[in-house]
Design a binder for this molecule. Sequence first.
Ligand code: URA
Length: 233
Amino acid sequence: MKLVKLIANLGYGSRKDVTQLFRSGRITDAAGEVLYADDVVPYETIRIDDEPLDPPPGLVIMMNKPLGVTCSRKDPGRVVYDLLPPRFSVRSPALSSVGRLDRDTSGLLLFTDDGALLHRIISPRAQVTKVYEATLAQDLRSDEGALFASGSLMLESEKEPLAPAFLEVLGPRHARLGVTEGRYHQVRRMFAATGNHVETLRRLSVGALTLGELPPGAWRTLDADEVESIFAK
Ligand code: URA
């Protein structure tokens, strides 16, 4: 791909803007040599104003989503995309969240511009386990684990029962829940089906990928091994 298109697709500006960046000598190689629009150079050597380019397409990011932001692009309130560099919102191919977390859910949220990867992660067939930690308004009844594991729990207005999920009880009103699907408000609706109410909800992991030390609101790119760990069984 021509450099102008490649750099424009990363969100640095229109092709006209990027052509202007070349003309003004702001695009160089790592040694500071000015590059021209038809030069052919390795991606990692390109600099704009001495800064390396943003990651190329095939980008995968994890964020520790804070409470109070939505996974929408259109919401008039604060959205997860506001926590990423503004350039990331105008990349092509577009960067999207991998599924959604509710405004009132925090924790591990993935983003990618790789549509095939996104579908591979969210497809129920891939059986990627998402683990959530929930605090509840009322004491657990003690039969929730068996009900969630049964594969026969029907949520209101759904046509198919939920796939088996595992529950680990951490305290009278505190549990971890592992699910392989991503139905609308799934975890909240599962506990609602047992007469309970989720007070706080945080996603801890997707496959074998965990947040580690990433603070709330922070994000970082994932390397290939980390991406593969999403599918580790
Ligand atoms: N289940 C929910 O109810 N909410 C989320 O944000 C994620 C899973």
